[in-house]
Design a protein around this ligand. Structure first.
Ligand code: UDP
Length: 242
């Protein structure tokens, strides 16, 4: 932790200032929440695991031409990041039906989608992060039409890179959530984190629908062995040279 007053504390991370206005420190917590924070708990070691998994994936994405906010790791659960103004949208990419897509469409869990689906959600806890359309994004001035196109394009490119990466780790990338930010030049950078908190990952070697889950659904659905699943993901991700 730190004596410095945080700039912002979210559900999974605390953002601290540094001696440079363009650089922030992101501290990853063990706190876990689900269902718009109605379910709360601690996943021991999660902060450090998610921080290191995210750092590795940001490095991989940078090496593949995606601009991210990541600068470097400061400790096991802290990274230095470029300061950005977060675009108030959660950009979700889905390859296989799970979670809210099944609830809202009736598609069966595990249905392979004919194309990657990009969904935008308005980041607003009070409203429960509702699904929004491009017209509603324009209405609420959350992003411009050109920015929406850029976010979509970038999310699909990231999906290609991460799908291949996780496949090499013997995991299927079912779906994931991204957040983006604008730096002082108006450039869009990938921000936040990419971890088992924000991705659904299934073990490709396991057929059983409960046992194959290696992500936060173990916590959401009380499947047990949450820490072990996160540790598995970290071990496999960090074993890949980027
Ligand atoms: N997700 C996230 N934060 C959110 C909502 C969703 O990281 O606030 C991730 C989630 O882990 C999954 C993907 O986005 O990998 C799609 O989630 P979904 O819309 O199915 O919502 P859920 O059923 O997980 O609430």
């Amino acid at each position: 932790m730190s004596d410095v007053t945080p700039l912002y504390e979210g559900k999974a991370k605390i953002i601290y200032p540094t001696d440079r206005p363009d650089i922030l420190r992101s501290y990853f917590k063990d706190d876990a929440t689900a269902f718009n924070a109605q379910k709360k708990g601690i996943i021991t070691g999660k902060g450090a695991m998610n921080c290191q998994i995210s750092a590795h994936l940001f490095k991989k994405l940078e090496a593949s031409g995606i601009s991210t906010h990541f600068i470097d790791l400061l400790s096991a659960n802290e990274m230095r990041v470029k300061a950005v103004a977060i675009v108030p949208l959660e950009v979700v990419v889905r390859n296989i039906a799970a979670g809210s897509l099944c609830q809202q469409t009736g598609l069966a869990l595990g249905t392979v989608l004919p194309f990657p689906l990009v969904d935008f959600y308005y980041k607003n806890d009070a409203l429960g992060d509702p699904l929004v359309t491009p017209d509603r994004i324009a209405l609420l001035k959350l992003a411009t039409a050109a920015q929406i196109d850029r976010l979509r394009e970038s999310a699909l490119r990231i999906n290609q890179i991460l799908t291949d990466f996780f496949q090499n780790c013997d995991m299927t990338l079912v779906d994931f959530k991204l957040e983006f930010g604008l730096d002082s030049n108006g450039q869009i950078l990938l921000a936040d984190e990419i971890s088992p908190d924000t991705c659904r990952l299934w073990d490709r070697s396991v057929a059983d629908p409960d046992r194959r889950v290696l992500d936060k659904d173990r916590f959401r659905q009380d499947l047990g062995n949450v820490e072990q699943a996160y540790a598995q993901v970290m071990e496999r991700v960090l074993s890949q040279v980027v």
